[in-house]
Design a protein around this ligand. Structure first.
Ligand code: QUE
Length: 359
């Protein structure tokens, strides 16, 4: 079966090419199941010095997880002896992210074009994130009744000030310069230079030093300045408005700003799932001070509780199936959601908890 991903060992480099261009390289369970064991094999192959991951098709690195397949599977009978897709998908996606986070060898993501949600999960956890001027990144999950997962509870609070909170709640898009500023990118390289960069890694003198240092040396020789970050122009307003611990207070602070940017931001938030907004803000506040290893099991609980909430199916319908962009959220407003209900999404899963050894 075609796995929509190419896995090649080329001398010192293990090369992963996400190859599902019609779906903007969105990450399916089959792709996860192909990539994870290959990373394991490369980790213990002495000849392989580094792993490199990129997207095929020229438009996207990876547009996210295969949330459409997860949503469409919700009403279907569970495969004999298997787990429902919503259980297996997030469990295995987070396990792959976790493996990348702790990878022993350099893990180099070439992030050229669109990178959303699960695309950040495949890149931001790596040791080296090469981004190009064509990068557009976002964590858009509140638009589909989900939450910024794949470690968002860990990496978003580590962005400057409240910028991570802003990106998570609004789903706002960032540029390459923004990505360098927040720390998503480690090197900015012109997209026309990527082929030469891969050649340089293939031809590098890996005996010259530790693999992480050799990698940094090669990537640095291609790096250029990304320029000023557009997001930075709004940092003070973002920090003023997004520091609150309640979504209602954030909306009130935006209303008090009285700028065009604040009004547009308020209008964006008004389109998102109210349940997602409340759960996401609580996720970010709770995870802010936790190590990554403690964030993943919390996000797995949220993946299970939120995919079971009607807003997820409705969000997928409105954004990815019917594409009318007019979701009918239920509950429809923030005031209808009680704090105890928000807390309920964080409840432990008993025998279905996420552990680093699973699957
Ligand atoms: C929120 C998301 C996703 C999204 C849109 C959102 C997501 C995702 C995709 C996506 C986009 C294009 C495709 C595709 C999937 O869109 O996770 O297969 O061709 O994968 O608002 O979380």
């Amino acid at each position: 079966m075609r796995q929509d991903v190419q896995l090649e060992t080329r001398g010192p480099i293990g090369l992963v090419t996400l190859d599902r261009p019609k779906a903007l390289n969105a990450l399916s369970l089959g792709m996860i199941r192909a990539i994870h064991p290959q990373l394991e094999a490369w980790a213990s192959a002495p000849a392989v010095k580094a792993v490199l991951i990129r997207g095929a098709g020229g438009k996207a690195f990876c547009a996210g997880g295969d949330v459409r397949a997860v949503a469409l599977s919700l009403g279907e009978p569970v495969p004999e002896g298997g787990a429902p897709l919503a259980q297996a998908y997030f469990r295995e996606e987070y396990a792959l992210n976790y493996r990348i986070h702790h990878y022993e060898k350099p893990y180099i993501a070439l992030v050229d074009g669109i990178s959303m949600g699960g695309g950040l999960g495949l890149s931001i956890h790596g040791s080296h994130r090469v981004i190009t001027e064509r990068l557009v990144f976002s964590m858009p999950e509140t638009a589909i009744g989900l939450f910024p997962d794949v470690g968002g509870g860990w990496f978003l609070p580590r962005f400057p000030g409240e910028v991570g909170t802003y990106l998570a709640l609004t789903g706002a898009r960032g540029t390459a310069a923004d990505a360098m500023w927040v720390g998503y990118g480690t090197q900015h390289v012109e997209h026309t230079r990527l082929d030469a960069l891969v050649e340089a890694l293939l031809g590098a003198d890996w005996s010259a030093g530790p693999p992480h240092e050799v990698t940094t040396g090669v990537l640095s020789s291609f790096a250029t300045d990304a320029g000023p970050a557009p997001l930075r122009a709004h940092q003070e307003a973002i920090d003023r408005c997004f520091a609150a611990d309640r979504v209602e207070e954030i909306l009130a602070a935006l209303a008090a700003e009285g700028t065009e940017w604040a009004e547009a931001t308020r209008a964006t938030l008004a389109r998102m799932s109210p349940t997602s907004l409340k759960v996401t803000l609580r996720q970010l506040r709770r995870c802010r001070s936790l190590p990554y290893e403690e964030v993943v099991p919390i996000e797995y609980r949220l993946s299970q509780s939120l995919t079971a909430h009607p807003d997820f199916r409705e969000g997928i319908r409105a954004v990815l199936v019917d594409k009318d962009q007019r979701p009918r959220w239920n509950p429809a407003t923030l005031t209808l959601i009680r704090e105890e209900e928000v807390e309920g999404f964080f409840a432990a899963l008993g025998g279905l908890e996420w552990h680093p050894s699973t699957p």
